[in-house]
Design a protein around this ligand. Structure first.
Ligand code: PLP
Length: 370
């Protein structure tokens, strides 16, 4: 089976972990690897501070808490996202307001944001889906006008830029994931980046059980969301070669683009003129003209040893969110359609050109073969 994702770790990555372990950097409380990883990832993302945590999910949870968002507040977010984005609001007592997708980039449709703002709306979480950035210049202007906190979900967008500026550096905070299938991986892991000194201090406090003075007197309720030193050591060399990882992702996308050009009924990923798409995963949608449904195509490819995954189910369809007091039933027809028509193809950075051509040929054959 050609997998949708595969971690590619170098000897240098492994050596870095071994070195950290030999230095005794087994916890998330001390050591040089953690500090270096935080500093270099934050700098890469164009931010002053990086606060490493245990996952992308906990990064988002921590960011929402640090922003002071809580009971009854409304948090707008891209409907088409990993459930982790909504969990960050939910576990802080806030209500998710799902914003439908646009048809081109599949990111949240900025035209829909302003009419949905109420006095309860406190924050917005744009998700840079599959590596294509949201137009953050436009989003920040809306957020400024309505005094909204902006938390960028950069789980899929390491290195993606908007008019040359890195995702993660626009909002009050940016949240990265370093899960096994991400552009930089520490196995499990995440990071909040910010340029705000006060937020950084609060994020660090909350991440580490909110120890006080004296140490065991706690003014606020914190979390243990720490990342270990040896995980940071795994991520550090990857941050240093991030531009070359992004170049590989872009090479894969260009190869697919060429191989799948002109296939009736397939819509391929876009890159708007102001954007650098990092193509975390090469995602496509299957339209009626293809002649087979998305599910039929996935089954056909699986039969031929090619793994695929569907797009996300929109936040407007999640039963536990819909059952939350204060939830507003907002239709998301585009996100609904993407959930049934979208899939992504194998996109690991070690995927060879021949494999991409073979996968693309299979997709062409799927139109006519049973
Ligand atoms: C858009 C998005 N947000 C958040 C997450 C959560 O990250 P993690 O799996 O590291 O908790 C993921 C992926 O896993 C994601 O794709």
């Amino acid at each position: 089976m050609i997998p949708v994702a595969e971690p590619v770790l170098t000897d240098e990555d492994l050596q870095s972990v071994q070195d950290a372990l030999k230095r005794g950097e087994i916890s998330g409380s001390f050591g040089i690897a953690l500090k270096q990883f935080e500093e270099e990832m934050a700098a890469y993302a164009g931010c002053k501070h990086g606060i490493a945590v245990s996952s992308g999910t906990t990064a988002l949870h921590l960011a929402v808490d640090a922003a002071g968002i809580g009971d009854g507040d409304e948090v707008m977010m891209s409907s088409s996202t990993n459930i982790a984005t909504a969990l960050a609001a939910y576990h802080n007592g806030a209500v998710t307001v799902p914003i439908d997708s646009e048809d081109t980039t599949w990111n949240l449709d900025l035209d829909l944001v302003e009419p949905l703002i109420t006095p309860k709306t406190k924050a917005i979480i744009p998700v840079h889906l599959f590596g294509h950035p949201v137009d953050m210049d436009r989003l920040m202007a809306i957020a400024k006008k309505h005094n909204l906190v902006v938390i960028e979900d950069c789980a899929e967008s390491h290195g993606a830029t908007v008019r040359g500026r890195m995702t993660g550096s626009f909002g009050d905070m940016g949240c990265f994931s370093f899960y096994a299938n991400k552009i930089v991986t520490t196995g499990e892991g995440g990071m909040v980046v910010t340029n705000d000194d006060k937020l950084a201090e609060r994020l660090r406090l909350l991440r580490n059980l909110a120890f006080g003075t004296p140490r065991f007197l706690h003014q606020v309720a914190g979390y243990n969301f720490r990342m270990t030193g040896y995980q940071a050591a795994l991520g550090l060399p990857q941050v240093r070669r991030l531009e070359s990882i992004v170049a590989e992702k872009r090479r894969i996308a260009q190869t697919y683009n060429k191989a799948l050009e002109g296939v009736a009924g397939l819509r391929l990923p876009v890159e708007l003129p102001w954007a650098r798409n990092v193509y975390w995963m090469y995602a496509i949608t299957v339209e009626p003209a293809f002649g087979k449904t998305r599910d039929q195509l996935m089954q056909y490819l699986a039969k031929h040893g090619i793994e695929t995954r569907t797009f996300f189910c929109g936040m407007n369809q999640q039963p536990f969110l819909r059952a939350q007091p204060g939830y507003r039933d907002i239709p998301n027809p585009v996100a609904d359609r993407l959930w049934t028509t979208g899939l992504y193809l194998p996109s690991a950075v070690n995927l060879q050109q021949a494999s991409i051509e073979q996968i693309s040929e299979r997709i062409r054959l799927a139109r006519t073969e049973a």
